[in-house]
Design a protein around this ligand. Sequence first.
Ligand SMILES: [Zn+2]
Ligand SMILES: [Zn+2]
Length: 309
Amino acid sequence: MNGKSHTAKTNREIRLKFWGVRGSYPTVDRASSKIGGNTSCVEVQVDERQLIFDAGTGIIPLGKELCDSTAAVPTAYIFLSHTHIDHVMGLCFFEPLLTAEARTFILGPGTTHGALTRSLHHLTHSDLFPVSLDELKGKKEIFSLVGGETVRFGLPGHRPQITSAQAGNGGENELRIETYKSSAHPLNGVMLYRIFYENKSFVYATDIEEQDGGYPDVIEFARGADLLIHDAQYLSEEYFSRVKPRKGWGHSTIERAIEVAKKARVKQLALFHHEPTHDDKTMAMIEARAKQIFQSSVVAHEGMEIVLR
Ligand SMILES: [Zn+2]
Ligand SMILES: [Zn+2]
């Protein structure tokens, strides 16, 4: 786990950086500052492409860095897990969307063509935001996904190619992303992504409420991945609390995330989408507890980098 900024050459690696790891809403208190308070956003540099998973508040500093430090005009591919506010609240402040020459492709769940565009337009309803999505100066294209697609990439900067078949005949080592729609998140489910490149892969699975023992389809989707980024918002004692049970709220316990990681035989697990009331002390306790059950667990924190090579 190390690495340089996004300007570093990718060298056939998958390079991840966590810009936002918090679930539900951003936090600003000092007691949580080591883990960080921004909501979901993971940057991935691979094959000379800039992929971004979710547009929580973590995407705001990432967008600034992209525009400040890239010599060329940035092109970004944003993959949204879903459009709950904590996953899109940074989108209108993502610098490339405000920069005339920059190009942003946004992909995420939408049951029909244009559904994701309509969902995102709610963000900039005139009661909520002064400028409409269409008025933001950066070039953008929005693609709805239903799950089961494979996304491939042509030349850098080009439009992604989306096919419905998962099998595909692309080269073994070619960058591709497979999608899987889970209904285990209220109300409209959530999209999971698996990124493949050069015989390596990782899974982005946030905002999913695993059942006891994990969902077999999710375990299958994550089978053998080098890294699983998984929702782990609650402690078991919170989830099963008699006073305020969290069952049905759409998130997993740490233990269930670990069960999925173990059954899927992933090499590493990053616990993600942290409960905003969990301070750094609680998160340290969670990491220690997680490592006892699955040694290759880590609590994701803002600024953390993981390189798959
Ligand atoms: Zn969330
Ligand atoms: Zn959600």
